[in-house]
Design a protein around this ligand. Structure first.
Ligand SMILES: [Zn+2]
Length: 446
């Protein structure tokens, strides 16, 4: 038995020597490119247009020759046959057993077909995540969501069952009923977006007179959908509110669940390198970055997904490789600070590159401020103007001047920008139920 085997979902793959792991990745990469080429018109045409064939890939360096796939390309194919998926589909329609779609927050949704084998692969990839975060067969997990047409939490549900946990679907219950169900069943774990994790704690205290850290049994929370669990000050707020460990994970409908934090919490997320290839590409030069400490966007490949393969998909997630191995013993590389932004969200304000998560990190580090805030960027003449709205918590009423001065300093230090600060009455900024839209760039519409 491998030492510490009970720490890993797949001890062989998760502790494989890096060189062997790269060889395995290359082999799997070649296989999925060949599969996509042989079974889909879309991929065949894409490779032909780039003047390449699957057989051209011989070394790791050759991978960069394979053209990237953008979300917009996936939208285009879905106006073609066979209905409704289009010609990237690699299996006969009758093999498709699962339909999901992207949320469409950045445009027309993309349909995602999966076969039964793909669906098992989804729960396998989620098992890596949950096992690394300490989920075991003794856990009772309440999932406080009505899962529907989006893939979120379906795979978490099935992976929980696969690992032998007891899974309680929180379905159509409202927030209060979910909290009471958690209390009644002594649930030990849950999965939710950071916005909802904080919102639930607020509801528990305000409407039910319950302190989640004392009155509920939740010991771990698996977060998804927003970067909050990788932002130290937001993570701390959630952990304190619930008296629980909070772990991040990252994935996308088109790619799969490719990254996860482990219980060692090194300050970032492992890429599941047994099931995925993660490449970081320089935003300006397009060069593949292999060294630590340089940010770029992640290009993701899922090795084993057959219905609609994901080969070199441009995820638009911004990340950088960590320098040190993780103390958990996994040899999978990890990205420092998690996904630190989206290529689409990182924007220039007054000539300075700004990631909205940097503002969140500052605001959430002030205990005098509530969980809510809003950032608006506008243009006054030719000059960018950036406004940050915050709320003082009732206990900090009367400390506005002092908080404001410190906030200005911290914001300038962390983001190099000056803000118009607006202090609003507690509980008056918009509350979001699941995913928040706190950053509004209004310059493009003016
Ligand atoms: Zn680790």
């Amino acid at each position: 038995m491998i030492e510490g085997a009970d720490k890993y979902w797949n001890p062989i793959l998760e502790t494989m020597h890096q060189e062997k792991l790269r060889a395995l990745q290359l082999k799997k990469f070649k296989k999925i490119v060949q599969w996509a080429h042989d079974h889909s018109k879309f991929h065949r045409q894409l490779y032909a247009d780039a003047g390449m064939e699957p057989g051209d890939i011989k070394t790791f360096e050759d991978i960069a020759q394979v053209p990237k796939v953008e979300k917009a390309m996936m939208r285009d194919i879905q106006r073609k046959d066979p209905f409704p998926y289009g010609d990237a589909l690699c299996v006969p329609l009758e093999k498709v057993t699962e339909f999901h779609q992207t949320s469409g927050t950045t445009g027309q949704p993309v349909y995602q077909p999966d076969t039964w084998q793909d669906w098992e692969w989804w729960s396998e990839s989620w098992s890596y995540i949950m096992y690394a975060q300490g989920f075991r067969d003794t856990d009772r997990i309440l999932i406080p969501f009505g899962y529907n047409i989006f893939v979120a939490y379906w795979a978490g549900h099935y992976a929980g069952e696969k690992m032998g946990c007891e899974v309680v679907p929180g379905g159509v219950l409202d927030t209060k009923a979910r909290i009471l169900k958690m209390q009644e069943l002594k649930a030990t774990a849950m999965m939710a977006t950071p916005t909802y994790v904080l919102g639930m704690a607020d509801t528990a205290r305000r409407d039910l007179g319950l302190d989640p850290a004392k009155d509920l049994n939740i010991s771990k929370i698996l977060c998804a959908g927003e970067p909050g669990a990788s932002i130290p000050s937001t993570k701390k707020r959630m952990e304190e509110a619930w008296g629980a460990k909070v772990y991040d994970h990252v994935g996308a409908t088109e790619i799969g669940a490719w990254g996860y934090e482990c219980t060692a919490q090194p300050g970032g997320l492992h890429v599941n390198e047994a099931l995925f290839l993660g490449e970081i590409e320089d935003l300006e030069t397009g060069e593949i970055i292999t060294e630590p400490g340089r940010r770029g966007k992640l290009i993701m490949t899922a090795f084993d997904r057959e219905a609609q393969p994901c080969v070199r998909f441009d995820s638009k997630d911004i990340a950088e490789w960590a320098a040190e191995p993780c103390p958990c013993g996994r040899t999978f590389r990890w990205i420092k600070g998690g996904v630190v932004g989206r290529a689409d969200d990182i924007t220039k304000v007054k000539g300075v590159l700004l990631a909205p998560s940097a503002i969140e990190e500052v605001v959430r580090s002030f205990s005098e401020l509530s969980d809510e805030f809003e950032v608006t960027v506008t243009k006054k003449g030719d000059v960018d103007d950036i406004t940050l709205k915050v709320e003082l918590v009732p206990e900090a009423a009367g400390q506005k001047e002092e908080v404001e001065a410190r906030l200005v300093d911290q914001l300038r230090l962390k983001t190099n920008l000056r803000y118009n600060l607006e202090f609003h009455e507690y509980n008056t900024l918009p509350r979001y139920l699941v995913k928040a839209r706190r950053f509004k760039d209004l310059r493009k519409t003016h």
